[in-house]
Design a protein around this ligand. Sequence first.
Ligand code: UTP
Length: 475
Amino acid sequence: MADSQSRLDAVRRALESRGQLHALNWWPELSSKQRDRLLAELESVPWTFLDRAINDVVKNRPAKPTMDDLSPATVLPARPTSPEIKARCAEAKAVGADQIAKGKVAAFTVAGGQGTRLGVDGPKGCVVVTPIVSKSLFQLFAEMVLAARRKYQALIPWYIMTNVENHTQTVSFFDDHKYFGLPREDIMFFPQGMLPAFDFHGQLILAEKDHLSLAPDGHGGSLKALRVSGAIADMRRRSVDTVSYFQVDNPLVHPFDPLFIGLHVQSRSEMSTKVAKKADDLEKVGNVCKRGDRVAVVEYTEFPEALAKAKNVDGSRRFDAANLAIHLFDVDFVDRISSQAALPFRRAEKVVPYVDDHGVAVKPSNPNAIKLETFVFDALPLAERPLLLEVDRGEEFSPVKNATGVDSLESSKRDQVLRACRWLEVAGVSVPRNADGSPNATVSIGPFFALDSEDVRNRADRIPPISRGAEVVLE
Ligand code: UTP
């Protein structure tokens, strides 16, 4: 290992060649502990990834991409009616189940976000989300992994990306709960990368004399983190081919969906995505569409209103595929794109406290800094043969983002009950309903009882009659 003088020399050279030497302004007065901290942070700055972004995205505002070449993407329908697609789906489902059973599929949860909107202390995955029985998001996902291992008699590794701030708490939470019954060696935790904040002139911002202002590098950083952490190498050792990616905040996710996995594998897709019909023309979601001949996600903030409102001749929405942040990745693809600065950096203007040239701590009241992050869906245009599958939103997506209102704990719990009731009815169990059609009972179905509605149908004989106002837990 290089001694500290040669490490400092290397850092100094990297800073000097980029006009960033001010980051060492306070070096002479720092204690050796403070120097260690600052040196480690400066060494972790991925300059080769950032050099261009500082010029193109920080110092300059990137030009708005043209919207002239957008067209709707081809999406496999949620409820296929044509016999050809039905047959293709039936075959794909068997292929997907076989892939899971052979241990070719790994689960990957991204839990490195800061959860600012929800505003809870600690990792979002520890938040209790289920109705009646109090399970955290992490427990729920752990039970899904365990239930899938049992169902498919398969070894399923689970990769969990944290950030440097919530990493220790996340691992302790699992440790305290004995990994929810999963083998410790089949769960890998790793923090995502951090990126420094810059001022509007592209200069590094010191949060303290011995500390850069740093923030997680976005969910797009998950692909690089899979490489840096050794997770890709671990997947190779285990002969995993497909990574099932999901966010920590969506309790309805279906990470081991044999149909989706089978379609992805059969079409040799490098990255596949689930979409749902948009709730309304201007819904605040990413629009999955085509840009030129590549599939891409265009955020609602950038999507032209005229396109958002455009209709087909039959009156249906022309651009009607909402990104649900549920993806499958081919391991080779992750390997390939994580070795380069493949994903574009996005620019966010933020208020960032800093120490000024006189060493005084300043809390600005207006945005003074640019934070850079990458988004995982920006990998879609880079993927060959991407596959898009439409699903019913209420079956697979109800994230916990906000403290109240839309996408909150309350709405997510309600959607979990609604889905459980639908699964019961599909299995032939009658659910008491109110005049407005809402269920007049609260039902919670745990992953050990059923991972999908088919499992419920197979266990229908174990379900008691549901009376009005009842609370029913199926575990
Ligand atoms: P969100 O964009 O909803 O952000 O992340 P968030 O941090 O959870 O919440 P807010 O915006 O601060 O309120 C979507 C998913 O991506 C993960 C989150 O943990 C969540 O699962 N994520 C986001 C990361 O893993 N890393 C990031 O840098 C950003």
